[in-house]
Design a protein around this ligand. Structure first.
Ligand SMILES: CC(C)(COP(=O)(O)OP(=O)(O)OC[C@H]1O[C@@H](n2cnc3c(N)ncnc32)[C@H](O)[C@@H]1OP(=O)(O)O)[C@@H](O)C(=O)NCCC(=O)NCCS
Length: 286
């Protein structure tokens, strides 16, 4: 195939956004799940913000001047996050996705590790990632809704502030064993991060309470995370996040609050990986 992989440019935004929208709509529709990007505008917005972000490496696959697909690698912190990778529905199954994944893995050579989340019902993507060296780490569910509980006494849920950065980063390092400092910094300008505080100490945070795709969070305990989710529910209309379901107590708590399980995903990693200690919610990267 006469195909070329090259860096994504701002002028690719329209083509990339259309493919992201169409590819995710197709796989979700085929399996009876809601699409990640319900509108073309949402997919175009993501394509534009990723292509113009200097901390994200973006590439497209092109043939005869036509963009066939794109892929992105988040490079702000030590662990690299991959995605979204999409190939136009009519070009799928012909090696384009493999070339786009190999290119970001080549780029990530020497990094501390590479992670991603994939739709568990997508047999093509899981096979592709496993064959390229990724390992299955966690079963995850997209959870959404508004908890019925009230925030327990003694914990305050509020917007994250610049002066919380060190405490949030330290909490993340305790739970995850890695820093996501750059992501935290970025979240304060582009998202609406929140913290849960007890006795003047930050016990939990999440970066995007109503946008599961970007919403990573950590907490010292399941109770602290539940309190944060509850508090977020009084600020945003619908709280949404990715829940690793082996955190069985938190999963049962979500169900008892009337929250909805939306779709299954799988956390995969290549390179170094350490089991988190404490409670965590991955974003769509990790
Ligand atoms: C996932 C996606 C990016 C893959 O791109 P693609 O161009 O279709 O994939 P490729 O043809 O390069 O590779 C698919 C591989 O999976 C293999 N495969 C496909 N279905 C399989 C199955 N059921 N079991 C085992 N292997 C399978 C193929 O044989 C191929 O492997 P090969 O290169 O060794 O032949 C693309 O299909 C897509 O855009 N899907 C919708 C959006 C999406 O889900 N993106 C991923 C988000 S995590």
């Amino acid at each position: 195939m006469n195909m070329q992989i090259r860096p994504a440019r701002p002028s690719d935004t329209g083509a990339c956004g259309s493919i992201i929208h169409a590819a995710f709509a197709r796989i979700a529709d085929d399996h009876g799940f809601p699409p990640d990007f319900p509108t073309l505008e949402a997919a175009l917005g993501l394509a534009e913000s990723f292509i113009t972000n200097s901390k994200i490496f973006g590439i497209v696959a092109e043939m005869d001047g036509k963009v066939l697909g794109s892929n992105f690698l988040m490079e702000g912190d030590a662990i690299r996050g991959v995605g979204p990778i999409t190939v136009a529905p009519e070009a799928q199954g012909a090696g384009v996705g493999r070339a786009l994944m190999q290119a970001v893995l080549d780029r990530a050579q020497g990094s501390a590790g590479v992670r991603l989340l994939q739709d568990s019902f997508n047999m093509r993507s899981i096979a592709l990632y496993a064959s390229l060296g990724f390992e299955v780490r966690e079963p995850v569910l997209v959870i959404s809704g508004r908890p019925g509980a009230t925030v327990p006494a003694g914990i305050t849920v509020r917007a994250m502030r610049a002066e919380d950065l060190d405490a949030c980063d330290a909490l993340c390092q305790r739970v995850h064993g890695i820093s996501r400092r750059q992501e935290l910094v970025d979240s304060m300008t582009t998202l609406t991060p929140m913290v849960g505080e007890r006795d003047g100490r930050i016990k939990a945070y999440m970066t995007a309470p109503d946008f599961w795709i970007a919403n990573h969070g950590v907490a010292e305990s399941a109770e602290d995370m539940a309190a944060l989710i509850t508090g977020a529910g009084s600020v945003v209309e619908v709280v949404s996040f990715l829940l690793p379901t082996r955190q069985a107590d938190l999963f049962r708590w979500c169900l008892a609050q009337g929250m909805t399980a939306v779709k299954p995903m799988t956390l995969m990693s290549a390179g170094s990986y350490n089991e988190p200690v404490g409670t965590y919610l991955p974003s769509v990267f990790y």
